[in-house]
Design a binder for this molecule. Structure first.
Ligand code: 6R9
Length: 676
């Protein structure tokens, strides 16, 4: 990777925080990095002390069983208590906890006191279904308040939740239910998406029909409930039709409202399981990532407070679904542990129109928006008229997560959404890390379009070469002497434990060691490539599997994509390396053009030339395919593996995690007709 081409680093724009932002920031002292890293255990202990503990810990970190960490050993606490009860006890019962909007436009607001009451009833309902401490509960719900409630109710009684994204198929659900050995499933009749109903209960029925012997009960929320059929004067809601199994299936409205609102929190060991979350992983069997209670809560609490700079009046909207880790850490646990008001939205960003996000911001006076580059690029493609017609003046901070954000998208976000008033925090982290690891602190960091900048205080991230040598130390010494002229690149690794780190892969300790700890023994391998620039800022390059070797040069797919998106005609690009007899790999690019541009041979040539000019002739793509859609996982990550299958003329691999399976078939046809 040492030869990696330096294009991204032609990006030299840098934006210091405004004096006004600094003056009010939760953290504005640049010395915090040095202080935290001088004694990282004391730093994290300071954060943990800000939570309520039933019993204190005796040891901050036990790393003797590495790579299986234990944090705040001996401590006891309850995550739900820390997200709800303690705020109500502190006089915040009347503060809004969740402001929710359904796709059809229905709304619901829950104060901290109301949310606590609902969660306590639901916790008692789960108990009535036989769920107790240590049991696993599979949660398969749309983005409705009941989803957050179910997570918190599980935490309250010490059950482990395993949320499965509502867009996943019955088959994915079946795999996840059985891997976790779930005792109960919480679902809904359906959820709203682009004006239609996603049939969730039906998928649960299909999954259970394939054989899920551990499941005893299914709790079913009536979300979309049309009137259904009426037989002999008795109405049967739509969600009861077919598939309903008496004794197994229980209607939410029959059980939950009758429960007592008094349900004490189960005292949990700091290392007791809080949840399992299956990674979207684009290859292989899904991994059940395990998170425990004390360290996880400490990590999300701390990062949310400093990265998002919460103030008592903030209205925070993280657009992620709770089916992803971003929804766990920054819709539910991080903001609620900080007593923040969170916005939840059920549906699509273009329903009823392409301004839905901006209408939500305008209506709820949202102050902090946290979304993904894939969404930002869609907004760029749709055009600025949609945000331009809305009042976005309530916004004061913007965040990005999920993929590298290319400089063009970053600048667009800053100009058209932040209107040059809002710092942007590009946050790098993973399901496995539990909390944000690399990100600006908005009151300190000079942000750069495309760079996630620095590791959070108390986190040690660095770059290793193929031999496992740390290439950053010497580089940073050169930086200090003012001698560093270019960046160093390699594998992003984390060299010391952190509180919210995964505690393993559920039921598979060997795979855990092998996937994360064997490439560089003793060090956590992220699987991502990165560069460190002459200011010590990280530039993420995507998964190392996505780095191409073209005629002896390492070129990251992300760099070529960035160069393409820099062209005015390009809205989105996905780049892969395909096998090539002479070069090893040749570059193929799949490109979506912006509204107003037409696909033509001249444009294809222009794009190839553009990349060659921006990066160098070596990076000139052999193929540029103009397409209407790209194959993505449901969390918006491009599935390059499938594009490689297309470009290399193979039969298509596993497409079950695709958001829209038809996309690849169409691309394959198109590729075979336009190749060359
Ligand atoms: C939080 C989340 C993790 C992978 C990660 C990396 C990519 C996430 C990023 C980013 C560049 C960022 N990724 N954030 N790449 N810049 N700000 O997305 O978790 O779904 O587990 O994905 O996503 O490749 O390794 P997860």
């Amino acid at each position: 990777m040492s030869e990696t081409i330096q294009t991204l680093l032609q990006e030299s724009r840098s934006f210091p925080p405004s004096a006004d932002f600094v003056a009010q920031a939760n953290q504005s002292d640049p010395g915090v990095y040095q202080q935290a890293n001088a004694d990282y255990l004391a730093f994290w202990e300071g954060w943990a002390r800000q939570l309520d503990w039933i019993e204190p810990w005796h040891t901050v970190l036990d790393w003797s069983g590495a790579p299986f960490a234990k944090w705040f050993v001996g401590g006891k606490l309850n995550a739900c208590h820390n997200c709800l009860d303690r705020h109500v006890a502190n006089g915040l019962g009347g503060k809004r906890a969740i402001v929710w909007e359904g796709e059809p436009g229905d709304e619901r607001t829950l104060t901290y006191a109301q949310l606590l009451e609902e969660v306590a009833r639901l916790a008692n309902a789960l108990k009535a279904l036989g769920v107790g401490k240590g049991d696993r509960v599979c949660v398969y719900l749309p983005m409705v308040p009941e989803l957050a409630m179910t997570m918190l109710a599980c935490a309250r009684i010490g059950a482990t939740h395993s949320v499965v994204f509502g867009g996943f198929s019955a088959e994915s659900l079946y795999d996840r239910i059985n891997d976790a050995g779930a005792k109960a499933v919480v679902t809904a009749d359906g959820g709203w998406r682009r004006g239609g109903i996603v049939p969730l209960k039906k998928a649960v029925d299909d999954a259970l029909a394939m054989g899920c012997p551990t499941v005893e009960k299914v709790l079913v929320l009536n979300r979309t409930g049309d009137a259904g059929t009426v037989t002999n004067g008795i109405a049967t809601p739509a969600y009861d039709r077919g598939g309903w199994v008496d004794g197994r299936d229980v209607r939410w409205e029959d059980l939950v409202p009758n429960q007592s609102a008094d349900c004490p929190c189960e005292p949990m060991d700091s290392e007791d399981l809080l949840y399992i979350l299956y990674t979207s992983g684009s290859t292989g069997k899904p991994k059940g990532i395990v998170h425990t209670t004390g360290g996880y809560l400490t990590g999300v609490y701390a990062t949310a407070q400093w990265v998002f700079d919460y103030k008592p009046d903030d209205v925070f909207w993280c657009t992620a679904d709770c089916g992803w880790v971003t929804g766990h850490s920054y819709v539910v646990y991080g903001p609620l542990a900080n007593a923040t008001t969170v916005v939840m939205y059920e549906g699509a960003p273009d329903t009823p129109d392409k301004d839905r996000f901006w209408r939500l911001i305008e209506k709820h006076r949202i102050t902090i928006l946290y979304t993904a580059p894939t969404a930002i690029r869609a907004f760029m493609k749709w055009g600025t008229e949609y945000p331009d017609r809305c009042d976005l003046s309530s916004l004061r901070l913007l965040g990005s997560v999920g993929e590298p954000i290319n400089p063009e998208a970053w600048m667009w976000y800053q100009e058209h959404i932040g209107r040059f008033r809002c710092p942007i925090v590009d946050t790098w982290w993973q399901t496995e890390t539990g909390a944000i690891m690399i990100s600006p602190l908005p009151g300190i960091t000079h942000t750069k379009p495309g760079s996630a900048t620095r590791a959070f205080p108390g986190i040690r991230a660095t770059i290793f070469n193929d031999q496992g040598e740390d290439v950053s130390t010497e580089h940073m010494e050169r930086v200090d002497r003012g001698e560093a002229t270019h960046a160093v690149g390699g594998y992003l690794v984390i060299t010391q434990p952190w509180p919210s780190m995964l505690r393993g892969i559920y039921g598979d300790p060997e795979r855990f060691r092998q996937v994360y700890w064997s490439r560089f023994p003793g060090t956590y391998f992220t699987g991502d490539g990165a560069k460190l620039d002459e200011d010590g800022c990280f530039w993420l390059l995507g998964r190392v599997d996505d780095i191409m070797l073209v005629a002896g040069h390492n070129i990251s797919t992300m760099e070529v994509e960035s160069a393409l998106v820099d062209h005015p005609a390009v809205a989105e690009a996905a780049v892969i390396g395909k096998q090539h007899e002479l070069k090893g790999q040749a570059i193929a690019a799949f490109v979506i053009v912006r509204a107003g541009f037409v696909a033509s041979e001249a444009l294809v040539k222009e794009l190839k030339d553009h990349v060659a000019k921006k990066i160098g002739p070596i990076a000139r793509p052999d193929d540029v395919i103009i397409t209407a859609e790209l194959p993505k996982t449901r969390s918006g990550k491009i599935m390059r593996r499938l594009l490689r299958d297309v470009a290399e003329g193979r039969a298509l691999g596993d497409t079950t995690t695709l958001a829209d399976a038809a996309v690849v078939g169409a691309l394959k046809d198109k590729y075979e007709h336009t190749e060359g």
